[in-house]
Unconditional design. Sequence first.
Length: 290
Amino acid sequence: MTPADLLVTPFLEFGFMRRALVACLALAAGSGPVGVFLVLRRMSLIGDTMSHAVLPGAAVGFVLAGLSLPAMSLGGFITGLAVALLAGAVSRFTRLKEDASLAAFFLISLAAGVMIVSLRGSQVDLMHVLFGSILAVDDASLILVTLIASVSLAAFAAIYRALICECFDPVFMKAVGGRGAVWHLVFLVLVVLDMVAGFQALGTLMAVGLMMLPATAARFWAREVPGLILTAVGFAALSGYAGLVISYHADLPSGPAIVLSAGFIHLLSVIIGPQGGLIRRRPAHSHLKG
């Protein structure tokens, strides 16, 4: 078997593989920048919380309209945004910190979503919602995913400078009346949007993987924010492509294969990355040496 048979032929012969690849590339472009800023703002676990926060709304959309991506996406967006707002309100008006508040809503959302799907659907439906099925992405789903990714990218570009300022110098932002809370809210909306785009392909349990693993791996290869974003998008796209090829030839589930590919890139970056990787890291000089 030639390298072309291994790497190219599946996408030339099968339309569902081409649609899956385009969906992965769209998700990479949309989620890469968001993942980088989640890492920079030390909000990585919030991404995981938001991925589960969309589950109850997606479950309600499933109950009302079946496996309809528009209905499930709209429901997921509403509940994801509601969880973000509720968690922020609880942390602001009570003694509970935002991370603890998000953890509480995360558990409630996950349990509620699983319960709703289980009451009205089969085990197959539940697995589809939780783990997605990127190989089953049809033309309508692909259009919706690419549209969400495009809107996310456009909005991100519009607020990029404000996010940079709010991330690295929030005191200055507050001093000049930069409305940091507004930009924080807009950023959370973008997180929810990208989670909604990803759950059809990777499911609510896996969508965060393509957002966070490439972003964390990028920290070992780039130092400036533009470099981090480009590296994260590239790693996410490579993970999607590699995961699809592996799942095709090894007859494995595509979603986990994609996330595990991203995990392999992350572990490799930890070891050989030039920006603080284990091998490239210089030993610290001891202050006891004369």
